[in-house]
Design a protein around this ligand. Structure first.
Ligand code: FUB
Ligand code: ZN
Length: 622
């Protein structure tokens, strides 16, 4: 059941445009330009070939493998997107298309269960022998996620059987007395828990735990694998989070997406195995991120070098990485941490990453995608440190992990709105969404983003529930009404059908950064509801970086045009009159100006190639 709203529009875009577009791209039948994700001539970006690789491995075509070790996962994430879409919409043509791709995957699998086209086609002799980079178990993880989602959505377990056979192959090769190491890129760990939840077979949970615990147990594991191949043994253990076992790690270090995928599994393991030490470890990593390393957009990964975390409070706005997949990792980790410990502080971050760092990853037309999401972009101001920062979303990327990651997240958006823990039912966010299981049905309608006021139709089919309505960090209060009467934001409801409305008081907010962050000193950012704002030069008389803002004069203005339904913010500002000389002993001269026009950050770079800034310098005289 679906309704008309902000997310409904996105879900339809995925169904009507994105899924078809991505399918054609992966067949190399779309007339597009694929860009390398950063400046490096060695990065593959001529074509995708993701589906073709599988066809070649299946023996359906002649040819050579093209692309990354993990090219197959673009296809798996596409299937996962389709699965969630099929839960919301009937679409026989889509189902037929997905079934045909599953048929190819099934045929591509080796007799013994192995399935990673890079190694099948290019280097069979290296299977499981170069785990720091091979992504073979990462591939298995995305295969599992797609398979579970498709089985749930359609009842078709063909892909699930394929994924189980691959896991059997992995079990035969990994474990005590076998290969005692983990894939360099975490992913199988979290996926195995999904497989456990779906099948109830504890061997999958145990294997997930094995991979978490074996990481970093022997810090020389990867070196030894390389030595055995006669290669330079050096391995960057921070990059792989393999300098120690995850349960002993105290800092988010290295490749950001890997850290977050690892934390997702750690949170789930702590929950399922009731493991306090694992819970403490994942909470420590989370606090390190949100207290010292997260951007105001919920983006993470401060540096292109290793697509990694850097030191705390080091938050450059223009050279950062903030990969879309990392923002998605923040969303998914926050969701799991909430299940472990229901505290709205996790949802405050989930919402921040979802509506800002994640949503900026896709254009409004559904055919352009950001890998890297900067908080500041000044056109024509190039340095080699910014070779990964793009002023416009590419049509596709040589490393295409982000496009199908964002589509699967949007297609499953309803799952982020609610958490059910036995008979406690948590309502996290206020837009259009829906939930139904055998005991409870919730339909949530609103005119979001015009208003965050919501109407809920709730049916308790069996038993009774405590409904808990979150007060977002950005709201002054939330007023909940049951059949018109104001009630507490925690309500106990017995069997029956209810209409509940929520109303919030919230204003545009001015945000300041902790004084330890040098990049944002004397700067402010703006937020309204869950949206962080940015200024683009295209909307101002002068370039955005010339403005000095008055943080106390903010007005909101409703717009409904080609850029979408949204509030813009208008902020009092003056602009610098630039001089000829580069330096001067006079203070800058400021000219009065009409208000600065700000748009929600996620919408930037949808109209033109132009400068953009989230953090804006303060007018000292304001
Ligand atoms: O390695 C697989 C994916 O590609 C990572 O998660 C991204 O950061 C990109 O490197
Ligand atoms: Zn990515």
């Amino acid at each position: 059941m679906v309704n008309q709203g902000f997310w409904e529009k996105y879900k339809k875009l995925i169904k009507d445009v994105v899924l078809d577009y991505q399918y054609l791209v992966m067949l190399d039948e779309a007339d597009i330009k694929i860009e390398a994700e950063r400046e490096d001539a060695s990065l593959p970006s001529e074509r995708s070939q993701a589906i073709t690789n599988l066809k070649i491995a299946a023996g359906l075509m002649e040819g050579e493998h093209y692309g990354w070790w993990f090219q197959d996962t673009d296809v798996y994430k596409w299937i996962e997107t389709a699965a969630y879409t099929l839960e919301n919409f009937d679409d026989e043509a889509l189902k037929t298309r997905v079934d045909s791709v599953i048929d190819i995957i099934e045929q591509a699998q080796d007799q013994d269960g192995y399935l990673s086209t890079y190694y099948q086609l290019r280097a069979p002799h290296l299977k499981y022998k170069e785990l720091d980079r091979s992504h073979e178990l990462y591939n298995a993880g995305h295969l599992i996620e797609a398979a579970v989602a498709y089985a749930k959505a359609t009842g078709n377990e063909t892909l699930l059987e394929v994924s189980k056979r691959y896991v059997d192959h992995i079990m035969a090769h990994f474990g005590v007395g076998k290969i005692e190491g983990a894939d360099g890129h975490q992913e199988i760990e979290l996926a195995l828990i999904k497989l456990y939840n779906y099948t109830n077979d504890v061997k999958y949970l145990d294997l997930s735990r094995y991979f978490i615990d074996v990481r970093g147990k022997d810090p020389l594991f990867y070196n030894k694998q390389k030595e055995a191949l006669g290669q330079d043994p050096f391995t960057n253990l921070d990059y792989l989070q393999a300098y120690d076992q995850p349960i002993h790690q105290k800092e988010a270090k290295g490749h950001a997406v890997r850290v977050l995928y690892m934390m997702e599994a750690m949170a789930d393991l702590a929950l399922h195995q009731n493991d306090q030490a694992m819970e403490d470890a994942v909470m420590t990593l989370w606090d390190d991120i949100v207290k010292r390393k997260m951007y105001v957009t919920g983006g993470v990964g401060q540096t292109v070098h290793g697509e990694s975390f850097a030191d705390g409070y080091e938050l450059p706005n223009d050279t950062m990485y903030c990969e879309t997949c990392a923002a998605i990792g923040m969303v998914n980790t926050a969701q799991r941490l909430f299940k472990l410990k229901p505290d709205n502080r996790f949802i405050d971050v989930l919402e921040r990453a979802l509506y800002n760092g994640m949503l900026s990853g896709m254009s409004q037309d559904g055919k352009h995608f950001y890998y890297v999401n900067p908080l500041e972009y000044i056109k024509d101001r190039y340095t080699p440190d910014k070779g990964h920062v793009k002023g416009q979303r590419p049509e596709w990327l040589g490393c295409a992990c982000c496009p199908p990651n964002i589509s699967r997240t949007i297609a499953s958006i309803d799952s982020y709105f609610y958490t059910r823990i036995e008979n406690e039912f948590y309502i996290h966010m206020y837009a259009d969404a829906h939930y139904e299981d055998e005991d409870i049905k919730v339909t949530q309608l609103s005119s979001f983003p015009k208003s965050v006021d919501n109407t809920f139709e709730i049916t308790i089919k069996k038993g009774s529930f405590n409904l808990r309505f979150r007060k977002p960090q950005w709201a002054k209060y939330i007023k909940v009404r049951l059949n018109g009467t104001v009630v507490d934001n925690v309500i106990w409801l017995a069997e029956g059908t209810y209409t509940i409305t929520t109303e919030m008081d919230y204003e545009p907010l001015t945000l300041y950064t902790n004084g330890n962050v040098v990049h944002n000193s004397n700067k402010v950012a703006f937020q309204y509801g869950p949206f962080v704002y940015c200024g683009e030069s295209i909307d101002q008389k002068e370039a955005i970086y010339k403005y000095r803002v008055n943080p106390t004069t903010i007005f909101k203005q409703w717009h409904n045009d080609a850029l979408g339904r949204r509030y813009n913010l208008e902020v009092g500002a003056r602009y610098v009159v630039t001089q000829d000389s580069l330096y001067s002993n006079e203070p800058e001269a400021l000219e009065a100006s009409s208000a600065l026009n700000l748009i929600p950050y996620y919408l930037w770079a949808n109209r033109a190639h132009t400068d953009m800034m989230v953090w804006l310098p303060i007018d000292k005289e304001s």
